[in-house]
Design a protein around this ligand. Structure first.
Ligand code: MN
Length: 630
């Protein structure tokens, strides 16, 4: 790729772009990366150039393009941020600064990805930093073949666990899908090949698709409707995930013909829908109007499925603007930079961004939109690190005592001081965003009453109070173990070990599937025996496990489902129909149309549990069932 390709791409959407500035940034970066090559053997400058090109495809502003060209310079060369500020301005400097800071996080060690995501966004300060970071990640993943295999796997796992969901949160689905497929190809090449083969249409199928498209095209032409038609983009990982989550075999997965029609007006969308339904019988229950009722992330489209030429065919119909939002998410909104926003849906969009950032409901005018995206987020929360760079979220004003209790009550009870960023501090010290904290302890230390005045977290308060009460009572009664917890333990047995495993999230182990335990640190994680992440793991860390046939036990199942009308009733009725006793039920809305339900029930034996799982699984709208660990 050459700089002229980038410039051409930028001029396609911004004729007045400051081309000199882009050229200057390019020359600057080239000069400082000179003599350094990528693992592929290409000159290093190809990397920032490609990242900038990906961003130009998203039509981002010029500052972002310039920052992309400079994004690796502070970390890898002798250039300082001041120099960047001098030559390219404060805005570009802040973007590069944000990108440089993000490089310091270690993602592999974190269990709490939600906190990490927030930390990531907070540290970025400016959402454009994340968009650039994702483009950076995408180019690195596209060129990952040149790295040693072990490193590839590690990077792919982090991409799958962290960056792809981040892209998804930003609504950037095209990037999310590509990151997922590139990672999956590294982590499970055989499965990837199998799916790839399955999803590559045969000649006959190509001909069928062409025929169906031809019929529609002719009708649209007759009615004078302007539109473009696309095949469905192939997203291997999402099909794979469906297979795992719905507990299907590879052979049960079949790829429907999917056609996307993009037109210019909403009126056309409905007209096209009418034409399709007129031509072929619609399949009942498959029509969704996300134009009238957009999804929370602003996705809009008409969905339908019909029987065409004796087979089910799925259609997505939308305007080109909706198509952009669907593919690019938040990045699509940069288009509004500097222009007047005459968009009725604007308030809704804003609420989506607000939600993404976890902000409150305060009104923000369209004019402030862009500024708003640059502001600091999560003002009342800080994110700090353990010495092994695990992220802990705490309220603002927290002390090392809060931190210690957040990690473990023993650590809290015995703490005497802390080392923050290499400096010894008192227990009253106020922690700041990004601090690295090591807690100092003494064996015979105990919590003090005046700690109650300085701690901020309810957990610390509860633990300290508890300790003080216990001391008064003198007799120490051993805390009885929570009943349900013990029973989950006994539902799973790990061969030769008397331990309670944690439940893996990747494959969601559940009866009747076979399971194995995998040693991670001092704990065991329970996976499905066929979980792809276990495939290349060392044998000596794997341990046989099985479901015990318990009698009369209590257990909590979690259920993720679409929040359609009556789904909770359907689930409760299904459970009641088997004469099962529900002890406790909770439900909460995750996103619009997405709910999480937990049910604590009494089971007679393992068969009863299996039967329950299989019945709940069959309810329309239920996506995932999981074992609740607590
Ligand atoms: Mn880079």
């Amino acid at each position: 790729m050459e700089i002229k390709d980038l410039i051409k791409k930028v001029q396609e959407y911004d004729k007045e772009a400051d081309i000199e500035l882009i050229k200057k940034a390019y020359e600057f970066a080239e000069k400082y990366h000179k003599g350094i090559s990528r693992e592929s053997g290409e000159p290093y400058i190809q990397h920032p150039l490609n990242v900038a090109y990906i961003l130009a495809g998203l039509e981002v502003d010029i500052e972002s393009i310039v920052a992309a060209l400079l994004h690796d310079i502070v970390e890898d060369t002798s250039i300082s941020l001041d120099e960047i500020s001098k030559d390219f301005g404060e805005d570009v400097k802040n973007l590069v600064d944000g990108l440089t800071k993000l490089k310091r996080f270690k993602y592999e060690k974190t269990r709490d990805t939600e906190s990490l995501r927030k930390l990531f966004i907070t540290t970025s300060r400016d959402l454009r930093v994340i968009i650039i970071k994702l483009a950076d990640k995408l180019h690195n993943m596209r060129t990952i073949d040149y790295l040693p295999e072990e490193k590839q796997k590690k990077i792919a796992q982090v991409t799958l666990d962290f960056y792809a969901p981040l892209a998804s949160r930003m609504g950037m689905f095209a990037i999310k899908a590509e990151l997922e497929d590139l990672s999956f190809k590294v982590l499970n090449p055989e499965m990837y090949e199998k799916f790839d083969k399955k999803l590559t249409p045969s000649k006959e199928r190509e001909a069928e698709i062409k025929k169906i498209k031809g019929i529609i095209e002719k009708k649209l032409k007759e009615r004078g409707i302007d539109s473009k038609m696309f095949g469905r983009s192939k997203h291997i990982y999402s099909l794979y995930k469906k297979m795992i989550q719905k507990n299907r075999n590879f052979n049960e997965i079949y790829d429907l013909i999917g056609i996307r029609i993009v037109t210019d007006t909403v009126k056309n969308c409905y007209e096209i829908l009418g034409i399709i339904h007129n031509e072929w019988p619609p399949i009942p229950g498959e029509f969704d109007d996300y134009i009238a009722v957009p999804k929370k992330n602003m996705y809009q489209s008409l969905h339908t499925a019909v029987m065409a030429l004796n087979q089910p065919v799925e259609f997505q119909i939308r305007t080109s603007y909706m198509d952009r939002v669907a593919e690019e998410g938040i990045a699509a909104h940069w288009k509004y930079k500097g222009t007047k926003i005459k968009d009725k849906g604007f308030d809704k969009k804003l609420s989506w961004v607000r939600d993404l950032l976890g902000l409150g409901k305060e009104k923000i005018s369209p004019k402030e939109f862009r500024e708003f995206l640059k502001e600091e987020f999560f003002e009342d929360e800080i994110y700090v690190f353990t010495p092994t760079t695990e992220v802990i979220a705490l309220p603002k004003g927290s002390t090392p005592i809060d931190f210690a209790y957040a990690i473990h009550s023993d650590l809290g009870d015995k703490c005497t001081g802390a080392i923050v960023n290499g400096r010894i501090v008192s227990l009253r010290h106020e922690l700041k965003h990004g601090d690295i904290i090591k807690i100092l302890t003494q064996k015979d230390a105990t919590p003090k009453r005046d700690w109650l005045k300085i701690v901020k977290t309810s957990k610390a308060i509860a633990k300290i109070k508890r300790f003080l009460n216990l001391k008064q009572k003198v007799t120490l009664i051993k805390e009885p173990k929570k009943k349900e917890e013990r029973e989950v333990t006994s539902l799973i047995s790990i061969k030769g070990k008397d331990l309670k495993p944690r439940i893996a999230r990747c494959c969601n182990p559940l009866p009747p599937y076979e399971i194995i335990a995998y040693k991670s640190g001092t704990r065991y994680i329970l996976h499905r025996a066929d979980c792809p992440t276990m495939k290349d793991k060392p044998k000596n860390k794997k341990c046989e496990a099985e479901w015990n046939n318990l009698k009369n036990f209590k257990l909590t199942l979690g259920i993720n489902c679409i929040d359609r009308v009556g789904i909770l009733a359907d689930i409760i009725n299904t459970v009641s129909a088997t004469g099962t006793n529900i002890i406790r039920a909770t439900s909460k809305l995750l996103k619009i149309k997405d709910a999480e339900i937990t049910l604590t029930m009494e089971f007679e034996d393992l068969e009863h549990l299996k039967e329950m799982i299989s019945r709940i699984k069959r309810i329309k709208g239920v996506s995932i069932i999981w074992l609740n660990e607590d």
